[in-house]
Write a protein that binds this ligand. Structure first.
Ligand code: ZN
Length: 299
């Protein structure tokens, strides 16, 4: 090899080694970056998991197991437990829902809204506001039909509404209310099979009557049927509800004066389930004692 060839050879070696060195450095760099990125992302995940706000209570509306698939007119509570649930049907509506929300906010009351699917589709912002204000949602079918339905129609009425409610508000609800309170047209059967609680009512103001009463009549209708565990039926949609909006502050004030506390429908069911669980725990304890006392006599 001549000196010139050697020099050329060394030059090539240098270039190659520089290139591979650079490449290796590049790989090392990128792998370091990758590692840092992983570390960063892990750190981020841990941090966000720690700081993640708890899922709002009203986003998952559950029903105690013992009440799933049941039809409920009111919660069975002790006479001293003056809890009552206000429920509003047929919304979200563009005008009256906002007025109802305003009154509830003023009174610091959480209520339950049974929404119609096609109204959720038409007024998604109103549905979102109901949830943002901390209220609970229930399913009130897509079309609000009363007629007899086959299984496919009943399932579509309820499932489509559940989807619209979830996609619009993020809420999953186990509460169902049959339109018009009809329990024999296929809807309630389907809802029960899906473990919904079929929520009827024990108190109504009469705002769905053919001849809607005047405001004092509406207030009186609720007051005379109010009791611990009562479920009150009102409407924020399905027509002009200005009279309901007028009656609502008086209904609330009178119930408050009687010592009632306002809870959502699922909270009302939770209170009943807890009471029953406590009662069930007490009963076997008594029986056990009785058995112990009876033992000497038996022997
Ligand atoms: Zn209705």
């Amino acid at each position: 090899m001549t000196a010139q060839r050697l020099s050329q050879f060394l030059q090539v070696i240098t270039i190659v080694s520089l290139a591979t060195g650079g490449l290796a450095l590049g790989i090392l760099k990128s792998s370091l970056n990758h590692e840092t990125a992983i570390k960063k992302s892990t750190h981020k995940t841990t941090k966000s998991a720690k700081t993640l706000p708890p899922v709002a209570k009203n986003l998952i509306v559950e029903v105690p197991k013992s009440l799933q698939g049941q039809t409920i007119y009111h919660a069975q509570l002790k006479p001293t437990e003056k809890f009552i649930a206000l429920t509003f049907d047929d919304g979200p509506s563009p005008k009256n829902t906002a007025q109802v929300l305003e009154i509830l906010k003023k009174n610091q009351i959480k209520a339950t809204f049974f929404l119609i699917g096609e109204m959720v589709q038409a007024y998604p912002q109103v549905a979102k506001q109901v949830v943002a204000d901390g209220h609970e949602l229930g399913n009130h079918t897509w079309h609000h039909w009363y007629r007899r339905m086959d299984l496919a129609t009943a399932s579509s009425e309820i499932d489509r509404t559940a989807d619209a409610i979830y996609k619009t508000t993020g809420v999953k609800t186990a509460l169902f209310r049959p339109p018009g309170g009809y329990l024999n047209n296929g809807l309630a059967d389907y809802a029960k099979n899906q473990n919904y609680a079929v929520m009827m009512w024990s108190s109504l103001c009469g705002d769905a009557d053919r001849h809607i009463p005047q405001v004092p009549g509406m207030v009186n209708n609720v007051l005379k049927t109010a009791k611990p565990g009562a479920i009150v039926l009102l409407h924020d949609g399905g027509g002009n509800r200005s009279r309901t909006v007028k009656a609502l502050p008086q209904i609330i004030a009178d119930l408050k004066a009687q010592g009632y506390k306002f809870v959502t429908a699922s909270e009302l069911l939770d209170i009943q389930a807890k009471e029953q669980a406590t009662a069930a725990k007490t009963v076997p304890a008594v029986k056990k004692d009785e058995n112990l006392q009876n033992q000497p006599h038996q022997q």
